[in-house]
Design a protein around this ligand. Sequence first.
Ligand code: 13P
Ligand code: SF4
Length: 311
Amino acid sequence: MTVLKETLIREIKTLQQKKNTIILAHFYQVPEIQDIADFVGDSLALAQSAYETDAEIILFAGVHFMAETAKILNPAKKVIIPDLEAGCSLADSCPPEEFNAFKELHPDHVVVSYINCSASVKALSDVICTSSNAIKVVESFPKEQKIIFTPDINLGNYVNHITGRNMVLWNGSCEVHDVITVESVMQLKKEHPDAKIIAHPECKAIILAMADYIGSTTSLLNYTKNDPAKKFIIATETGILHAMQKISPDKEFLIVPADETCSCNDCPYMKKNTLEKIYLSLEREKPEIILEQELILKARKPILKMLDLSI
Ligand code: 13P
Ligand code: SF4
């Protein structure tokens, strides 16, 4: 590590203590951010952690909808994000006005929304879910209950397949997971026939059909820890490799490349955050997530319902 980086990390730690700040980081952050965070997790664990913290400031090293969720769950806290431009293609694929019109076409349906959506879409929902609890949340409704699932069509299809439901799906997707191709998975499998294929449910159905295991970020991590296989082909975002390698240093992890020009599969939004931006946001206490009280109240209900179902 360079002297500059060491100094930056020291300064972040000093500021963090002085300002009573918790640093939460998603598994898709770069390794150096994961290493300085107080807590690293998937979307569900991060939401739970933001809800429970008594720190005065929450610095969210993730993407905008995650920081927004933290603010909704713990509105008395100041929530800051290193880069306000850290968005999410999946959340953007569901504009609230269009979704509201879609919802009006299905008046007898309840709305289950994947957490990767804006606060305004959450406010239009009956319950929120993440990739780790989507099946449980959907199954909390009686079989005959009609459901709209938004915004991820791949996760929606997967949940329909597992639960035997016939949810109406919004046609949104993640630009990182949705582009993973059969050819690139097959190529890696050809080169490493002894490797197990594991995939995030935001991938297309055809990729999920090839997988030995499907799960949320944390669930994939646990699988690589507990499964006896020594090699894994990973169909998700590159950032998770850091935790996998840390937990299982004797195992080999092969990320499915986004395309033939790159050996990685990085989320451009998650990767907007840097140590430098974390330092600056902590020093200036901004960019801050500001939401109207009315929106907080409306969006909070379905998120709390999810947290209750996740106990
Ligand atoms: P997790 O719920 O697995 O953390 O996924 C979040 C995400 O953005 C996946 O692209
Ligand atoms: Fe959004 Fe996809 Fe990035 Fe996750 S990986 S934050 S779903 S764009």
